[in-house]
Write a protein that binds this ligand. Sequence first.
Ligand SMILES: NC(=O)c1ccc[n+]([C@@H]2O[C@H](COP(=O)([O-])OP(=O)(O)OC[C@H]3O[C@@H](n4cnc5c(N)ncnc54)[C@H](OP(=O)(O)O)[C@@H]3O)[C@@H](O)[C@H]2O)c1
Length: 253
Amino acid sequence: MTKCIVITGASSGIGQALAISFANSGYDVVAIGQNEINLQKIKSFISNGNVITICADLSEENGIDKVAQNLALQNGVQFLIHCAAISKPYKSLMDILTIELKQIINVNVMTPILLTQKLAPYFDETTRVLFIGSDYVGIDKKIRPYVTGAYGISKSALRVAVEYFRREYDKALIGYLNPGTTDTPMYQSMVTAINQQGIFNHQGQIASPRDIAEFIQGVLEKTCNQDYKFIDWDYREIMHHQLIERSSVRAKL
Ligand SMILES: NC(=O)c1ccc[n+]([C@@H]2O[C@H](COP(=O)([O-])OP(=O)(O)OC[C@H]3O[C@@H](n4cnc5c(N)ncnc54)[C@H](OP(=O)(O)O)[C@@H]3O)[C@@H](O)[C@H]2O)c1
């Protein structure tokens, strides 16, 4: 009986590319998002595997409950990948409204924590949970634009949450990965907003969601437990690609 791959944020960007990639590799995928039309698009890109879509607002308790109810029909969770996040509205902390700040913290911090709790009955010691991080963690005075404070705070809090999960919870393997700049609707909206402030000067590489999905799949499928748990995976680190490559060569020997 095969366990499933659960992906949040699967209606767009990196999450959608991951759902397509895992399904085409023959996995049973549970794809979660809010936009049903975009979730259904996944099916037109797959030639293999099985995709169940769940349309749910994960910032609401009943959204998380809906996912748990669907999971009861599966044979356990092999990978849980927390991709869902929001970065809008782009406002300074002095201007952001209570409701807007709460929603960013809700979706980016509380949802991955509460969904992990709720799905824990479907984990075993080989389950890998992956939290998707960001460069907007901590304080880097050089590159931080000034309208992404709420997003930065939420991603910083998520990074700390990962550390607590790693120390407090040993019934699944907890991982963390930063994709770096990726060409998705979130990135495009951020660039537009920041450009309007006249302060954006991104100079690094911009990856495609497909390349990031391939990297994430490699980290989840091929790395040994010790590497998976202790490395903060980053798509831009050449050594991390080499580690995945070496792990897959070792597995074939
Ligand atoms: N793109 C980048 O450059 C970049 C860089 C570093 C880190 N990241 C991280 O990578 C992850 C994926 O980002 P992305 O660029 O692929 O973003 P994206 O294209 O905007 O996708 C975000 C996803 O989150 C879902 N979502 C938002 N609010 C939700 C809610 N309340 N309930 C359920 N689902 C919700 C969206 O669903 P709907 O569209 O259906 O609402 C969408 O599927 C995020 O954690 C982001 O912080 C991205």
